[in-house]
Design a protein around this ligand. Structure first.
Ligand SMILES: [Zn+2]
Length: 679
């Protein structure tokens, strides 16, 4: 006898049948319904979880659990009671393609649906078992309307994302770069001159503490993802590339307006933040598939500029330094509707397991200029499309790039960038300048994401001076973007972070000179390195760093320096002095060879250990971790004044889209940058 049940009633009947009332009351169940909703999860209508723009595409999916020995023969989806007019792929997955659910479960999916009408919508799935029993479940989502425009439509969007950049990281960069006189900043950071600021809530779908994957995608998809997931909702399959998708800002604005996409990072380009603008995967570590998808789907995302590190993913597997592997590549089956519909409905490339692919050559053949060094980048003026891969994995940090440049000027070698074999890497500000040169030729405008990646990576390592200088490097890139917006007009610029990292706190200033600090390290212990050094309150004074002509501090080991503590730290030794080298970066392909193999593997192996001042941590492992603390966001240009208050990270997406699609919701902005500046 066919029955229709909610998940809750199904559970009750299951319990009754277990109590011995007979199998006649057993019932199939829906164990997951996507997009995620509280209506499905707890039967509460609020809050609405998934939100979309009018017309923004997303997938519907249900995980169905049949009765023992039964299977599903059909599944249908409805939105507001009307059947969804798209094919449903019903995947029977008895062959080990599921994780965390019974292997007799089935996955029903509809790809690339969209709703134009604003407001709350209910959706449901109805699935039929081979004994004609049916099961149904319902969820809801919101389509967020555009507001009436009060100001101009924005042509370009620049998202500057300081990975791991909380208020402490911003403040530290301001103190080091700007200096203070009698309690006031002498030279503000570029980001401190933006007229609007909001506080952003950063939780992901499955944790108060996000990682960079959902941290980025919340801004450019409007939705929460699980940690490690990019542009997709969670599912129950093992395939990292088949998850229910959400259309990105880049895809939406390319499809509807022809805008181009630029991605610039100091990380490996496969990393979560860059990938979280254009690639759909539940595994942020699937490097080969991620970089392939950047290229394969370039006509859907408008990818025009891609710059950072990560050459190891672009080299054929036989080339030294390559880490291309079929185990982390993607390929959609043409016969399995579950994935074939991604190709058909989304227009995505089918992919291929092709570890021997020469992806740099593929980019070049498609009209991208390739730059492997700063010299190449300087020579790329006039390029219409640009691929820059300046390192095998993550690029070196600003402190080491600057040290290498200054040494080279004096004829010295042996710096960290020489150890990496990459002495000619650009700074983020130089990459940003060139990215804007290329993108400003795009008549329909662009979305550019620029990431200061190692603010986070060096905060994980509790390497204070390295993240401080990377925050300064990031601010110099912000200045480039701000100047572009001022000069070209119709450009909305936001500076934000995906999350805070390390619980950094500016605890005071050193009470001693650097020479004394070295002696106190030799004298060892907390009684020397803490009690005789750490000046709190008025004893902190105002640390005074001097900037060199290149814009970075002449020296970081100054007398009476700024001191930073960590609230989300692992055990570490502290001597308050700049570490001679960064920690060993396990993502570098040549990390096990000379000379990188001599770099310290963790904070406990650093020279700081000589001082025997052990700072015990509260978190397990060797690294500091991300925190759940809100982060500041600053905005400049038309639409900037929409970014105020305490907002959710997903709100940012709708504000950006509003400005690009309908126009800004504020009549004019404090900096008057709605129009090009007259020169
Ligand atoms: Zn991180």
């Amino acid at each position: 006898m066919p029955t229709t049940m909610t998940p809750r009633s199904s559970l009750i009947l299951c319990a009754l049948s277990l109590a011995g009332l007979g199998n006649a009351f057993a019932a199939p169940t829906v164990t997951r319904l996507t997009p995620p909703s509280e209506l499905f999860t707890s039967n509460r209508p609020d809050p609405v979880i998934a939100r979309f723009l009018p017309g923004q595409r997303f997938d519907l999916q249900a995980t169905l659990r049949p009765d023992a020995g039964k299977r599903f023969t059909e599944a249908r989806f409805f939105i507001d009671g009307k059947p969804v007019a798209a094919p449903v792929a019903l995947r029977d997955c008895a062959s080990g393609c599921l994780k965390g659910v019974p292997e007799e479960s089935a996955i029903a999916t509809v790809r690339a649906v969209s709703v134009e009408t604003a407001g709350r919508h209910q959706f449901s799935v109805v699935a039929t078992q081979d004994d004609a029993q049916t099961v149904t479940a319902r969820g809801d989502f919101m389509v967020v309307p555009f507001s009436a425009a009060m100001g101009p439509k924005v042509k370009n969007i620049i998202i500057l994302l300081g990975d791991g950049m909380g208020a402490a990281q911003r403040t530290a960069a301001r103190i080091v770069k700007g200096g203070y006189a009698q309690g006031k900043v002498i030279e503000p950071l570029a980001m401190d001159t933006f007229p609007a600021t909001a506080l952003v809530k950063t939780a992901s779908l499955n944790s108060v503490v996000t990682d960079s994957a959902p941290g980025m995608t919340s801004y450019v998809s409007g939705n929460k993802n699980n940690n490690n997931e990019e542009g997709v909702f969670p599912d129950d399959t093992t395939d990292a590339f088949d998850n229910p998708r959400i259309e990105y800002l880049s895809e939406y604005l390319h499809r509807t307006q022809g805008k181009a996409l630029g991605i610039v990072t100091t990380a490996d380009v496969f990393d979560a933040t860059p990938a979280g603008n254009a690639v759909h995967t539940s595994n942020r570590g699937a490097g080969t598939g991620i970089v392939d998808q950047f290229f394969d789907d370039r006509e859907r995302t408008g990818l025009t500029v891609l710059m950072g590190g990560g050459r190891k993913w672009f080299l054929p597997a036989s080339t030294p330094g390559s880490e291309r592997a079929e185990s982390n590549d993607y390929a959609f089956s043409a016969t399995e509707a579950h994935t074939a519909e991604i190709v058909k409905r989304w227009g995505a490339a089918p992919g291929a397991k092709d570890k021997d692919r020469d992806l740099i050559r593929a980019f070049e053949s498609a009209g991208y200029r390739y730059a492997a060094t700063k010299t190449d980048l300087d020579a790329s003026a006039g390029a219409d499309r640009l691929l820059g891969l300046f390192a095998y994995s993550n690029m070196n940090v600003a402190l080491d790039k600057i040290d290498g440049r200054r040494g080279a000027k004096r004829g010295l070698t042996g710096s960290v960038v020489d150890d990496y074999g990459l002495p000619d890497q650009p700074l983020l500000e130089e990459m940003t300048t060139r990215a804007l040169d290329v993108l400003k030729k795009q008549k329909k405008g662009f979305v550019l994401m620029v990431e200061g990646a190692s603010i986070d990576k060096q905060a994980h390592n509790m390497d204070t001076e390295r993240w401080m200088l990377d925050t300064i490097e990031f601010d110099r890139a912000i200045k480039v973007a701000q100047d572009f917006a001022r000069d070209n007009g119709y450009t909305l610029v936001i500076v934000t972070a995906d999350h805070e990292c390390s619980g950094a706190a500016l605890i005071g200033g050193s009470m001693v000179t650097d020479a004394t600090l070295r002696n106190l390290a030799l004298a060892k212990g907390a009684a020397n390195l803490r009690d005789k050094v750490v000046g709190v309150y008025e004893k902190a004074g105002f640390p005074h760093y001097r900037l060199a002509a290149d814009g970075y501090p002449e020296a970081t080991d100054i007398d009476y320096r700024l001191l930073v503590g960590y609230g989300a730290n692992a055990d570490r030794y502290e001597d308050w002095r700049t570490n001679a080298t960064p920690l060993r970066d396990s993502q570098q392909p040549f990390v096990k060879k000379e000379p990188l193999k001599w770099y310290p593997a963790n904070p406990a192996e650093r020279a700081d250990a000589i001082g025997e001042f052990l700072v015990t941590g509260q978190v397990p492992g060797e690294s500091a971790v991300h925190t759940a603390t809100d982060i500041p966001l600053s905005a400049f240009g038309p639409g900037a004044l929409a970014f105020t208050g305490v907002i959710d990270n997903t709100d940012v997406f709708f504000k950006l889209a509003q400005a690009a699609v309908k126009g800004t919701t504020a009549p004019a902005d404090a900096n008057g940058s709605t129009k090009p500046r007259k020169r």
